[in-house]
Ligand binder design. Structure first.
Ligand SMILES: Nc1nc2c(ncn2[C@@H]2O[C@H](COP(=O)(O)OP(=O)(O)O)[C@@H](O)[C@H]2O)c(=O)[nH]1
Ligand SMILES: [Mg+2]
Length: 392
């Protein structure tokens, strides 16, 4: 007989609080009295990360710990927002054995009523839930000046483009929930970019999305800060954009290598054809062998260079993936002539138009197709998203 474990998943809200004495009291009582009791089938915990706030935030948290068993506190030296979250995640994972952790601010900018839909999205199978201000049902504070709204909106749009993540609408939100197994535990939290700043959020989000099989956006009505002014300033903004750009370029390096390998493949193909012709083979067989030589060269170079972080080494995998690689190359063989012939038929069958059509087919069809196939099916650097969609 098998024994089924009925233990519920443990979700830890990591909440940095620096000089939040007023807010933290209300936050703790609202979460434990109003929100957690309504969240079913899961064990909710709150971990406050306090950097020995001079206003006594830590003492207030302590005073509630007898009453609320699932209230935890981590106190440490002040090192900035990013580290507060990172140390909090580490504590939640290593000490509290969290199955998922949530990022949430203490200042009520993330209204507690949005915790429940985030947890529900997780319970419905999401690996990563993003509290999103820029999908239906989400919003930024009405009180925000137009300039602030514009910076937030266009800043986000910029990051979406740079990171090539058009399907996610809010990449700078601070309200998120991540599964530990397979997502957070695969990330080197000690080496996130800009760990003292807000910008760490972009790096963390980027890596979480990469690891996640199912990413879901859940609407968030972002509230205006009730106390004090925001710490968000040009310095924070620049570092946020910097992180986005570096991450964007990092990913493109693979694409550039892939392009170089493709170019080498083309050279092998062309030179091989001429060489084999000279050795006396018929044009048909010379082209056939030269093309296969290019495919072999592409496979080897991509394996040891473009995708060296995912290098295939076992003999069996090499055979299987190489066969797949060959099979995927058939696409170009079939589609390229169709495009060239089609374009020639439409615009005239001249040498220039055939050349243009070939370049068009390569750039817009063959290259993207190959890149996607290699990343998804051969070296599997990308996960196939189950669906990128809003939860509600
Ligand atoms: N422990 C800790 N918490 C911080 C630190 N900086 C900010 N916080 C908390 O992190 C949350 C977000 O900070 P906030 O200043 O509101 O950032 P903003 O909303 O992005 O402008 C709030 O709950 C702050 O109290 C820090 O250095 N240490
Ligand atoms: Mg805030």
């Amino acid at each position: 007989m098998c024994i089924v474990s009925l233990s519920m998943d443990k979700i830890v809200i990591v909440m940095p609080a620096y000089n939040e004495a007023e807010n933290i009291k209300l936050m703790i009582t609202e979460l434990f009295n109003e929100v957690f009791p309504k969240v079913e089938n899961v064990e909710m915990h709150l971990l406050v990360v306090d950097d020995y706030s001079p206003d006594g935030t830590g003492d207030i948290v302590k005073s509630f710990q007898d009453k609320y068993k699932n209230l935890h506190m981590l106190q440490k030296q002040k090192e900035g927002l990013g580290w507060a979250y990172i140390r909090g995640f580490q504590y939640a994972i290593d000490k509290l054995n969290a199955d998922a952790v949530m990022e949430m601010d203490a200042d009520f900018q993330h209204p507690p009523r949005f915790v429940k839909p985030m947890v529900e999205a997780y319970l419905n199978g999401a690996d990563y839930c993003i509290g999103s201000r820029y999908i239906k049902g989400g919003s930024v504070p009405r009180q925000w000046a137009l300039s602030r709204k514009a910076i937030s909106y266009f800043g986000n749009l910029f990051i979406r483009l740079v990171l090539l993540k058009p399907s996610i609408h809010d990449l700078t939100t601070g309200f998120r929930l991540a599964r530990v197994k397979g997502i957070l535990d695969k990330i080197d939290l000690n080496n996130l970019m800009e760990p003292t700043r807000f910008a760490y959020k972009v790096d963390l989000l980027y890596q979480c999305i990469k690891n996640s099989k199912k990413t879901v956006e859940v609407p968030l009505e972002f509230a205006a800060r009730t106390k004090e002014v925001s710490k968000f300033n040009p310095k924070e903004m620049t570092s946020t954009f910097k992180v986005a750009i570096i991450l964007g370029i990092k990913d493109k390096i693979r694409f550039i290598k892939f392009g170089v390998v493709g170019f080498v493949g083309f050279a092998v193909n062309y030179l091989g054809l001429e060489l084999l012709k000279r050795l006396g083979l018929s044009t048909y067989f010379a082209t056939l062998f030269a093309t296969e030589a290019a495919i072999v060269s592409n496979f080897i170079l991509n394996n040891i260079w473009t995708f060296k972080d995912k290098i295939i080494t076992s003999f069996k995998d090499l055979i299987v993936q190489f066969l797949k690689f060959n099979f995927s190359s058939l696409f170009a063989v079939i589609v390229q002539p169709l495009i060239v012939a089609g374009v020639a038929k439409l615009f005239g069958d001249t040498s220039l138009i055939r050349f243009g059509a070939l370049i068009f087919a390569l750039i817009f069809v063959i290259v993207p197709y190959n890149y996607v196939v290699y990343n998804l099916f051969i070296w599997r650097t990308w996960k196939i998203p189950k669906f990128f969609k809003r939860d509600r």
